[in-house]
Every structure is written in C-alpha cells, then in structure tokens.
Design a protein around this ligand. Structure first.
Ligand code: NOJ
Ligand code: CA
Length: 690
C-alpha cells in the first residue's frame, strides 16, 4: 500500500456570476487517469459529484443528498468540509475460486470529513474510491454524541445521466429478481407494468424503479453499470426513474414500519458503484465489485471446492415426479439418489443435489402458514440419508443438501445449528437454500435489511460449520464472496427452471444479458446442460430456447463456481456431446473476454485452474453470427487439439436445436478459428496441449 497526496488536488474553481465564496472542488483521478471524479458542496452545503471517462461525461452533476431520518432532522445539507484525506491503494489478491487466480485492486481514495455548519453539528464522511474501471462511494456516519441509533427513512443519492441512454433493466421488485430484462431508452422504463406475473410466488414492485445491476449504453459509446458492493446490515438499493430530471434516484427496500434501515453509529452504507467501459467487454473484465469488498475472513478454506453437480431436480420441474411424498410420485428416494450417484461417478461429476428429501413439502407453495413446517433434519421414510451419503462417498460423489425455507426465515434460523450439525456429522460441505414465497412476517421483503441480516447470519453460521451456500431467491450478489467465499453462488435472476413450466420462457437473448447484470455481483447458478431441449414427453408447450451447443457454451460464458449438469441421466445417454461437460472446468486461472455486446453475444476464453487446458464458449441471441477468433491466448510455440462442439449448419434454437457438429483440429496461437453460431446457438471448445 502507498499513501500519497500528490495525485490528488483540491482546486478552487471560480463560481461565475456568483458573489458567494467559490466552492472548493476536490478532484480524484483513477490510477491511469481514465476516470476523474469531481466532488464539491453546492450553495446549500449539499455534496455533489460528477464523473468523466477519457474526457466524456459519464455522470453529470449529481447530489449526494444523504438521509431522511425518523424523529430527527435529515442528514442532508448545510455541511462544511472539516478536513479531507487521500490515498493511493494498490494490492494484488488471490480469490479462493474465480475467473482468474489474481486480482489487482488499485484505486485512488478521497475522504471528505463533513460537519454541519449549524447545531447540532453532526458529522458525516464521504468516501470515494476511483478505479480505472469505475468508482464506488459510500456515506459513513462516525460515532458522535447525540447520534446513537438512527432510523433511515430514505437515502437520497442521485446519478444524473448525460442523455437518454439505452438501458437493460428489470423492475425494482423488492421480493424477487426472476423477471426478464427489457431493453428500452431510460425515458421508456415502465417497471410498474410488470407487476402481474403468472409464475412468481412473490413479487412487489411499488414504484417505477429498477433493480441493480442496471446497465446502460450512452450515445457516445460508454457502457455504465449501476450497482452496489458489500451490502451488509442495510437495505438493498433500487433505482427510481426520474424521467424529468434524467436521473436515477436511490430508493431503498422497505419494512413493515416503512423505515428503510435501523442502525447504530458508527456505520456506513454499502458502496454505491458505477462501472464504466468503452466496450461491453470492459464491463465483463471489471472486478470492481469484488475489489470493494473486504478480504477473505475465513482462515481454512480447504473445504471450499468449486464443483459440477447433478441433481434430483429437473425431474420435479418437468413434473416427472414431485418434491412431496403424499403425491405418490416422490423423487427423492434412496434408489433414485443411487442412480444419480452412479451417473455422476461415471462422468467425472463430484457432487449431487437432492431436493424433496425432508418432510414439509406437502405444505409449501400456496400456503400462508408456513412457519414451523419444514424440518431440516428429518428425511422422508423412503430416503435413507445416511446410506445415500455412504454410497456417495464410496463412489466419490459428495452430497449437496437442500433447504427450501419457504421464505419462513425464523423457522430456518431456529434450526440452523441442528441442521448444520447434521451436515458436519455426515461430512457434507454444501447446502442449496431456497426462499420461495412472500416473507413471513408480512411486509418484510427478500431485499430489505431484516432479510439481508438473515442471509448474512446464514452465511456466517454456515462458515462456522464449514458449509458452502448456493442461495436461490436470495439477495443479489454484491461481491461478498470475496469476504465469505463459502457463499458460493446464487440464483438471483431468471434461471433455466422457467423453461420447464413458465408461460413466458427465457428468450435466447436472456443469456447474453445476464453476464452484464447479475453476473457482475456473484456466480450465476443458472443450471445449464439440458440436452432434451423440447422434452415433449413431459411438457409439450415448454422447451429450452437454445441449441444444445449453446447449453455447452454456457459452462464457459456464465461464470459460477458450482455448475449444474441439469438434465436427467437418460437424456445424456449415448450423446457424445456429454464429453464436453465431463471435461469442462469450473475454476479458472485466467479469463479473456474475446467479444461481447449486451443482449447480442458474448465469447469468453478461460484457462482451467492449475492446468494447461483452455476452454472457449461463445453464445448468441436469436441472430446467427460468424466470428473469427484469434487463438492468441494459447501458449506460443505449443500445438493444441481443439475439440469443437458447434451448432450443425442447419441448427436453430427452435426448429433444430439438438444438431451438434463435433470436430477436432490442431491449432496454435497463430490460428484463427471460424465460429458459426446458429440462431439461439453457441459453440464450446476445449483446447488440449499436445
Ligand atoms: C426455486 C429454486 O430456484 C429451484 O431451483 C428449486 O427447485 C425450487 N425453488 C424448490 O425449492
Ligand atoms: Ca428460483
């Protein structure tokens, strides 16, 4: 770490035509000077900032309007700058798992220590961290007399846009992120029109606001992503659309008494983040969200292992069988689990998820009285948990235990110790959690402070018992996996399961938007690998809206340290494309974004952890595409065999989705590979050094 003051300058600007004292503007440059941020107090003593990227306006003058408080005057304006500090921070850190083995965290930081000019002279700090790929800033309330407990009724942070940008957005739902993304101009965002959805067990969209990450492209070709990092003990931020003011306004998720966050000083908000790039690929390469989180707090991480996994899962979504036993079609039987273990073991897949193993599923969706129903230690009588674990160990397949909380977090919290102690006894290190339904108690929301504290408690308790969490219907990723790497992956977006039962299935472009939105905050447990694309035997009106080759490419284009091999074993039988899934890695030493455009296509090349093998995945939306990809990422002088799983010439996501052309050729780092992607298609390649 280096601390300097010379890179920072406090400039006195002339306030033209104004006879008050000229405001001091503090300017911070990113390390390579790509980004500059100006911060000042306006005439009312309210902090304001603006951001430029290589001379282009990224954000226009925006207010940092602080907080409305219950039973206290707002912390809003009337500030003076008491003092300020700057520092230049640089470190390289190694994630426990991830898209690369080393991450550079280099920023210039400015802290303004503010004091109210009038009594009671309260104090607040503003901290800015400016990187070459964006910035983060947060409010800090130091410990001070007379300001102990604080109830925040709202946070008033603005992001003023330089134009009516093209926006990839989903509605600001306080309860769920499983909406499709819309692509419109900022002025055309109409989130409340998404209030009715036939297939969401919970949804609450109070305003014309969006959930973050939200991504925009400006007319002068800047890409901007607004999000937050390190969301702890606070309420999630949605962004309200102010069309007249052409700005996003922070809007925090609420609670039963309409407050947004209850805190004790000292405290700080999560980082409010803006990632900025000149190419869409720059956004995918940005690690700003991770960098703004604290370092790993876990000492022993030997039990945290990225894995592929099979599951007693898709068969329930296809309605082949059921989670509950009373249906007479119970999926989670000992015999079925052993069948899955045999399949996993034969195909180099080290883990298996079993859903519907524990009592309570008869009283799940559609019931309001869900408190005390699920039991996280008692298996159904036809599922011998100990025997399944024993058999799995014999075959080298570890269990992922499922905890569907049915959004009754108090019931879950009461059982955390006993449930996790059971995992410890069994030697199980992984749990998939779920939160389907409206939260009990009423008017708490999945994304409010109360639930965020619940998710944090689960994460920390799980770490104590050496358990990794794959959280479904949980809180959006804000990079906390840097600090608690046992929070493995998430489903905080529309997953593949919707293809099995929803009336509005995921369109082909969905998968080209996820990496630019939810993929920026955490791993994505999308559950790829469906080979029986049409599954007419089970559901003739539903299907997966990709080609089979695109399903393979998703293992490379959607980053997650846990990747499902989601289809039924019988659907893989005899299909040579399964070889790619056997081979593909889930943890990486290096990642290159080869090409990308939001909502259109993405191509990644990734080098497997501790190996000389590279994998490439390329996917497109509904349009066919040809790409010429230079293989200059391969080691110079070496020859590789490229094993290519491409869409066949006549493949099409709807008309002919399963036609895959498998070929192999010798390549080196001078080779240019021609990739042909079918409509809704993709290509997956494995490069093996000869
Ligand atoms: C929703 C989850 O996303 C899905 O994966 C799971 O199977 C069901 N809930 C049941 O818990
Ligand atoms: Ca889900």
């Amino acid at each position: 770490m280096r601390t300097t003051t010379f890179l920072f300058s406090a400039l006195l600007l002339l306030a033209m035509g104004c006879n008050r004292q000229a405001p001091a503007t503090f300017t911070v440059f990113s390390p390579a000077k790509k980004i500059s941020v100006d911060v000042w107090l306006n005439a009312d003593g309210v902090p304001a900032y603006r951001v430029a990227y290589n001379g282009k306006i990224a954000l226009d003058s925006s207010l940092l309007g602080g907080f409305d408080l219950r039973d206290a005057p707002a912390l809003h304006g009337g500030w003076r700058v008491k003092s300020h500090q700057t520092r230049d921070f640089s470190e390289t850190w190694q994630p426990v798992y991830g898209q690369e083995k080393e991450i550079l965290n280099h920023y210039q930081e400015l802290t303004l220590n503010l004091e109210e000019q009038q009594a009671p002279n309260r104090l607040m700090n503003l901290v800015f961290r400016v990187y070459d790929d964006g910035l983060g800033f947060r409010y800090e309330i130091p410990a001070q007399p007379g300001l102990d407990s604080v109830i925040i009724m709202d946070e008033n942070t603005e992001f003023k846009l330089s134009g009516d940008h093209l926006t990839w957005w989903q509605p600001g739902d306080w309860d769920i992120y499983e909406h499709l993304y819309s692509t419109t101009k900022f002025s055309e965002i109409d989130a409340t029109s998404k209030r009715k959805h036939p297939d969401l067990a919970q949804t609450y969209i109070p305003e014309n606001a969006v959930n973050t990450p939200v991504t925009q492209k400006t007319a002068d070709l800047l890409y901007l992503v607004f999000h937050e990092a390190a969301l702890i003990n606070y309420s999630s931020m949605t962004l309200k659309v102010d069309k007249d003011g052409l700005k996003w306004m922070s809007e925090l998720v609420g609670s039963p008494d309409d407050s947004k966050a209850k805190l004790k000083a000292p405290f700080h908000t999560p980082w409010r983040t803006v990632q900025i790039g000149e190419k869409a690929a720059d956004i995918l390469a940005s690690r700003l969200i991770l960098n703004l989180n604290e370092p790993n707090k876990l000492e022993d991480v030997s039990w945290i292992k990225p894995v592929k996994y099979v599951g007693i899962w898709w068969e329930m979504h296809l309605n082949k069988n059921s989670w509950d036993m009373a249906s007479g079609r119970h999926g989670a039987t000992t015999a079925n689990a052993k069948r899955l273990i045999d399949f996993a073991s034969a195909n180099n897949i080290p883990a298996m998820l079993v859903e519907g193993w524990n009592t309570g599923w008869e009283h799940w969706i559609g019931f309001d009285d869900r408190e005390g129903v699920f039991d996280f230690v008692t298996p159904y009588p036809d599922y011998d948990l100990d025997e399944v674990v024993r058999y799995g160990k014999e075959k080298g397949v570890g269990l992922i235990i499922h905890h569907e909380t049915s959004a009754a977090p108090r019931t879950y919290e009461q059982q955390l110790d006993t449930a996790y102690a059971l995992c410890r006894r069994l030697g199980v290190h992984a749990i998939k959690t779920g939160y389907v339904g409206t939260i009990i108690p009423k008017n708490e929301y999945h994304q409010g402070q109360w639930m965020i504290n619940h998710f944090q408690k689960v994460t920390e308790k799980a770490a104590e018992y050496q358990i990794c969490i794959d959280g479904h219907e949980t809180i959006k990723g804000t990079g906390l996996q840097r600090t608690w790497p046992n929070f493995w992956s998430r489903e905080t977006f529309r997953g593949q399961e919707f293809e099995a039962w929803s009336s509005d299935m995921n369109p082909p472009e969905h998968l080209t938007i996820l990496p630019f939105t939810m993929g920026l905050g955490s791993g994505l447990d999308y559950t790829p690998g469906i080979f029986e694309i049409k599954f007419d035997k089970y559901k003739d009106k539903n299907q997966v809206n990709t080609t089979l080759a695109k399903q393979l490419a998703l293992y490379v284009t959607l980053y997650s340290p846990v990747q499902m091999v989601a289809d039924l074993p019988e659907h893989y039988e005899g299909n040579p494309a399964l070889q790619f899934i056997r081979d593909v890695a889930v943890d990486w030493d290096e990642t290159r974004v080869i090409n990308a455009e939001v909502g259109d296509y993405v191509t990644f090349a990734r080098k497997a952890k501790g190996s000389e093998e590279w994998f490439l995945g390329s996917i497109t939306d509904e349009k066919p595409r040809d790409f010429q990809v230079k293989l200059d990422f391969l080691s110079p002088g070496a020859t590789y065999t490229a094993q290519i799983y491409a869409d066949a010439p006549d493949a099409h996501w709807d008309d002919n989705p399963t036609a895959v052309a498998i070929s192999s050729q010798d390549v080196n780092n001078n080779t240019t590979l021609n990739l042909k992607l079918a409509p809704g298609g993709g290509v997956a390649v494995r490069f093996v050094k000869k």
